[in-house]
Design a protein around this ligand. Structure first.
Ligand code: GLN
Length: 304
């Protein structure tokens, strides 16, 4: 497969000028990002990689971090985790509170904010230094120590994070949060502030294309069963109320973030990350989704 040629034609065909959405602004620091940014990176199982544009520039990965924390939560709790979080698509926006009331504080899935906050509670409860351990985990699977939190973004989200704080309080009132609210949201705002490039993200996500093995050294870090579950959740819940549309257009398991990043994988084959900060109404990168639709159309390969 001539991935470079395919990426070059996507780069030639598409531009930020073609999309009308807005850069996220409810986290004030994210509103400062240049809407012209556009990059894409593909990593393959033989360590070859291909890219265009701003694929080596770091951005705020936001909700993409929920895949890393879920992997850590599953390593700690195994199947018991599913007593605390369900595995159904929500069909609601990522930050919605509504389902929690009639579903007794059990979030629909680990990728909406409610579910990710329950996972944060588990990590804060069970790990000595959750921020450091998350950083170590992401650096290990990427084979790259140059990955850091962006403390300005974390502080910016904290300053306007009323919905997430409300979510943790509400879930705690319904009995599904153990720790205090403050350390949970603090950890959550930090995990969302992780700054990574498309190159780093596509490399890290090779563990999900590679049955839990790290690309660089073949070390097995997740069980194949864990990877199967995470990929299934990315397929059904990775794009909130647009999970059906992403499956329909792109046909790969993936995860988005309001920083404008999307990562998707093809099991046994490749991992692809794209970044354009212009979001559609569902909080997913508009150009990123279009670029991935072109990618699976031009390669003729998706999971379906
Ligand atoms: N930190 C963001 C929030 O909680 C993450 C949301 C996202 O990327 N979809 O609102």
């Amino acid at each position: 497969m001539d991935y470079q040629n395919i990426l070059d034609s996507i780069h030639d065909e598409m531009s930020y000028r073609d999309v009308k959405g807005k850069v996220a602004s409810y986290i004030p620091e994210l509103a400062k990002v240049d809407r012209k940014k556009f990059g894409m990176h593909v990593y393959c199982g033989d360590q070859q990689h291909f890219h265009f544009g701003d694929s080596k520039e770091k951005f705020s990965i936001q909700s993409i971090s929920k895949v890393f924390t879920l992997a850590m939560g599953m390593r700690l709790m195994g199947e018991d985790l599913w007593d605390r979080v369900d595995v159904e698509p929500s069909g609601d926006p990522f930050n919605s509170l509504t389902q929690l009331e009639y579903e007794s504080g059990i979030p629909r899935n680990p990728f909406i904010n409610a579910g990710a906050l329950v996972i944060s509670d588990i990590l804060v409860d069970q790990l000595k230094d959750p921020k450091q351990e998350l950083l170590d985990f992401v650096r290990e699977i990427t084979g790259d120590d140059d990955i850091h939190y962006d403390e300005t973004v974390a502080a910016s989200e904290k300053s306007t994070g009323y919905r997430n704080i409300a979510l943790v309080n509400y879930i705690k009132a319904l009995g599904n949060i153990k720790c205090d609210v403050e350390p949970i949201v603090d950890f959550y705002f930090y995990q969302c502030s992780l700054a990574m490039s498309c190159e780093q993200l596509s490399k890290a996500f090779m563990i999900f294309a590679n049955r839990g093995r790290i690309l660089e050294n073949d070390k097995k870090i997740l069980k194949p069963k864990t990877v199967k579950r995470i990929n299934a959740l990315m397929q059904t819940c990775g794009f909130y109320d647009e999970a059906g549309e992403f499956s329909f257009q792109v046909g790969l398991p993936g995860k988005s973030g309001v920083g404008g990043g999307i990562v998707a994988i093809h099991p046994e084959n490749y991992s692809v990350a794209v970044w354009s900060p212009i979001l559609n109404d569902n909080g997913n990168s508009e150009l990123g989704m279009k670029a991935l639709e072109r990618f699976t159309t031009l390669t003729g390969v998706s999971v379906f």
